[in-house]
Design a protein around this ligand. Structure first.
Ligand code: FAD
Length: 375
């Protein structure tokens, strides 16, 4: 039996443990330092309603990943929903991604159309060197100021969007949308059917053959030698799949990796439905301190007819390490950590791979990829 250590029992860690178990021949230890499995995707309850810290809905273009999760955690397809962004200057909600049909409703429509024609002629988004240049070249100044400029500074707690010099995660190709209003008409959008969301999957994954969970903290890390100290005991493994921030598990050797955190507020309203039928999220692009509201009933369909509804509000803050900053310098720092980790050590998940664009489906895809390499 080969021995594997999985650091962290969030989506990435649970998927890795489960997939290793399915591969067979592994004795797998998951170390979880928090109070539950599933990390940020754990379902909590308030006022009789299930909710998570942020939406955590399942969105993917990867059919094998969808099929895998759907097998162990039956999912309800919800491709019907649209996203709206509130623009205070216009006192209007508009579709997001920005939809060409909405331009006609905007006070500066003539100016916007002129800028869009110029952007099309220049066709310069592909050559953009930073986040701001990309958006200006894609949609022009007026739409950028309306939807992206303030939102992005708020989201990343930055004064200048030009410092974000990697924009490969931004919705390229859908900077300006035409056709269906549904944001994700080319992807699978889904949510667990079970009232407790993904939680049963985390249990299935960690009760699989050969998997055990240690609810503890690792005292010392030596990833290049695939060795850690747990409860005073030195343990060496054949493989390690890490899902914690690379700086944390590598003794900060190349310096701290920066993150943006989130404050989260949930509240119950005495009304059956707060948002229109096809709206699940709302984004706020102006000076409000929050970025997003989610009406969970829309996703969960649990207590859908109840006379109250639960809303979650996300406020960017320095609390927690949730959003790796999309800065080239920090990606380079993260790469130094990955290069130093050694053979058969994989670092996956949102913090583990230090990639903001890593969502739930990517966590599973990364776990599949790592486990495949361990065959
Ligand atoms: C507010 C918010 C909303 C989001 N909404 C969506 C969405 O709608 N759709 C989507 O696809 N993605 C969404 N995401 C992203 C997605 O949820 C994450 O990519 C995914 O959950 C990351 O899983 P993970 O296992 O990498 O990390 P986590 O969920 O953070 O889990 C990590 C686990 O490891 C444990 N841990 C950490 N360090 C250690 C250590 N040193 N030792 C032992 N255990 C440790 C933690 O306690 C935790 O349980 C959202 C993210 C945020 C922050």
């Amino acid at each position: 039996m080969k021995k594997a250590l999985v650091i962290g029992g969030g989506f990435a860690g649970c998927s890795a443990a489960h997939l290793l178990s399915l591969q067979g021949g592994w004795d797998i230890t998951v170390v979880e330092s928090g109070p539950w499995l599933g990390g940020g995707c754990k379902t909590l309850w308030y006022g009789g309603h299930p909710y998570t810290f942020g939406p955590r809905h399942f969105l993917t273009q990867n059919v094998p990943v969808f099929d895998y999760l759907n097998k162990y955690c039956p999912l309800r397809r919800c491709n019907d929903h649209v996203f709206l962004t509130y623009v205070e200057k216009d006192a209007q909600f508009y579709n997001y991604p920005i939809h060409i049909d909405d331009v006609a409703r905007m006070p500066e429509k003539d100016q916007i159309n002129k800028e869009l024609t110029e952007a099309k002629q220049l066709n310069g988004a592909g050559a953009a060197k930073d986040f701001e240049e990309y958006w200006l070249a894609s949609i022009g100044r007026t739409l950028y100021d309306k939807f992206v400029n303030t939102y992005s500074k708020k989201m990343w707690m930055l004064d200048d969007n030009k410092v974000m010099d990697d924009f490969s995660w931004s919705p390229k190709g859908v900077a300006l949308k035409e056709g269906p209003r549904q944001a994700w008409d080319t992807a699978i959008s889904a949510y667990p059917i079970a009232p407790n969301g993904y939680d049963d999957y985390f249990e299935i994954a960690t009760r699989a053959e050969g998997v055990k969970v240690l609810w503890t903290t690792i005292e010392q890390y030596d990833l290049p030698n695939k060795t850690v100290v747990i409860d005073g005991e030195k343990r060496t493994y054949d493989a390690i799949i890490n899902t914690a921030s690379p700086d944390l598990v590598m003794d900060n050797a190349f310096g701290e990796l920066p993150y943006i955190g989130r404050d989260f507020i949930k509240f119950v309203l005495p009304i059956a439905h707060a948002f229109p039928k096809d709206v699940y999220f709302l984004y706020y692009a102006s000076d409000e301190p929050f970025t997003r509201l989610v009406e969970y009933k829309q996703f969960t369909r649990i207590n859908y007819d109840a006379e109250s509804t639960i809303i979650g509000m996300e406020i960017p803050s320095k609390n927690g390490r949730y959003y790796p900053l999309p800065l080239k310098t920090e990606y380079e720092r993260a790469q130094k950590y990955f290069d130093a980790m050694g053979e058969n050590v994989f670092s996956i998940g949102r913090c583990g791979s230090y990639q903001y664009r890593v969502d739930v489906d990517d966590c599973i895809a990364q776990a599949m990829d790592s486990v495949e390499k361990l065959k």
